[in-house]
Each structure stands twice: as C-alpha cells, then as structure tokens.
Ligand binder design. Structure first.
Ligand code: 4G4
Length: 249
C-alpha cells in the first residue's frame, strides 16, 4: 500500500515512520511512504503557501494553487489513491472505518492542513473528510499518521503471526483482558493464580470474563455493539455479583 502525505512538514512524517513495525514493513516493501511538499509547487520568491482570509478576520488560509499542484503530483504516483483530508469538521474515525479503508483502498493520499485550515475549494477535492476526535491540533500530520498506523496493521505481513488479528476477532468490540509477565510477585502485587495453573480452559474463561468486566466498568457503551458469545451471560452475572459484593467493603 502506498501512503502519500501532502505536507508542509515532511521531516515530521518521515521521522514518525522510521521506527519499529512501520519501518520494518516499509523495508520489507509491504508499504511505502512518500511526502509531497506544497511549498515545492510555489512560484513566488518567498514560496508562500498561505494568505489572509477573504472577508477579513484573524489567521491565515492555505492557498489553493500549491495544494492543488501537490494533489496532481500525488495522483500521478497513485491515480486510484483515495484522497483524505483531516479536519476537526470531518467524520470521527473508528476501527470499522479503518478496516474498511484497509480492505477497499489500494493507496491513500493524506492532505495535511495547518494554520486556520484549507481554502474550501481544496477541501472540496477530498474524497473523505476525517477527524480523529473532538479536539483541535496544530496540523493534520498526526491524524494522518494515526490512520496510516491503524490501517497498516491490516496489511498482510505487517504484524507477526503472534500479534495479529486472531485473538482480536474473538474479543471483537471488547476491551483487552489484563496481561502479566514475570516476576510473579512484583513488590507484593501478584499475578492471578489462574494464569499459573496451566489449565487452558480456566485461563480462557478468566480472560473472557475480565475482558467483559473491563468493558462493562470502563466503556459500557461498547457492550451494546460487542459480539457476545454463548456463556457470556453467565460470566456477566458473576461480574455483577462480584461488583455488588465489593460495594459492601
Ligand atoms: C484543517 C482545518 C484534524 C486542518 C483546520 C486537524 C484536529 C484534527 C487543521 C485545522 C486539525 C482532528 C488548524 C484547526 C489542522 N486538528 N480532530 N488541525 N486546524 O482530526
């Protein structure tokens, strides 16, 4: 998969992709990262990419010409790539949207804005407008990197077998169960006995129950969407009894 970033700060993007799993995936040819800098498409002496807003007001607006030229350059590299713009006014990203992008798209072109944002005529060229959450950032690079990271996990070969989707589909839409490693006793805080029992059926049941407990306690909104299995009802009743018991302590 090709990821093309239209960005005024290519060093930021290149730095962020140069580590760990994403770097390994790029080195293996499973994905590529290309940056296109709209500043390289300016024609004036000062290489101007922004201007004051028409109608007045504070701040600056990104000029359409350099961004339009950068988009054209990106489409030369990937004619079929989907053009995604990041703006706080976009649709909020979720895991199912990430999975859809990974399954459907060949390449992704990210349009990263700054200052007070894009000229509306550039925004109109985007196939998708996405927000990564209800907060304002100084630029679209971090949201673009968030999507690239989330999508890359679904490219075959990027994650090792051990890390990959199998266990995750089992716990779809539930939070993760707690994990432990050695030492068994860490300053008095012990690993739960069941994980040391060697009884795989018990361990599997405990993990499922703790995933349901974490979701119920921390993100009850996710439970409505969760793929619940036969036996989960019993686990859930046990959790409710235990939580009731704790109330009296
Ligand atoms: C476009 C328009 C995305 C891009 C305005 C981008 C938050 C998100 C930007 C701006 C962003 C998000 C400068 C406000 C860049 N901030 N929630 N900033 N601003 O996904």
């Amino acid at each position: 998969m090709k990821f093309i970033f239209i960005t005024l700060f290519p060093e930021l993007v290149e730095q962020a992709c140069g580590h760990s799993i994403l770097k390994r995936a790029a080195d293996a040819g499973l994905l590529s990262v290309t940056c296109i800098n709209p500043r390289d498409f300016t024609t004036d002496k000062h290489r101007t990419v922004d201007d004051t807003p028409c109608g007045g007001g504070v701040g600056m607006v990104l000029k359409p010409e350099p961004f339009s030229a950068a988009i054209a350059e990106a489409k030369k590299i990937s004619p079929q790539g989907i053009l995604i713009a990041f703006t706080p006014a976009g649709r909020t990203l979720c895991q199912s949207a990430v999975e859809k992008l990974a399954a459907k798209e060949q390449d992704i072109i990210f349009l990263c804005g700054h200052y007070e944002g894009f000229d509306e005529r550039i925004l109109a060229q985007a196939d998708l407008k996405i927000s990564i959450g209800d907060y304002v950032l100084t630029g679209g690079e971090l949201p673009a990197l968030v999507i690239m990271d989330a999508v890359s996990r679904f490219i075959p070969g990027v994650l090792g077998k051990a890390e990959s989707a199998e266990d995750e589909s089992f716990t779809a839409s539930l939070l993760e169960y707690p994990q432990y490693t050695r030492p068994i006793d860490f300053s008095g805080a012990k690993v739960p006995d069941v994980l040391l029992s060697g009884n795989h059926a018990h361990i599997k049941r405990w993990r499922r129950k703790e995933a349901i407990r974490a979701t119920y306690c921390l993100r009850p909104d996710l439970l409505a969407k969760a793929d619940l299995l036969e036996g989960d009802g019993t686990l859930f009743l046990e959790i409710l009894e235990e939580l009731k018991g704790n109330e009296h302590e």
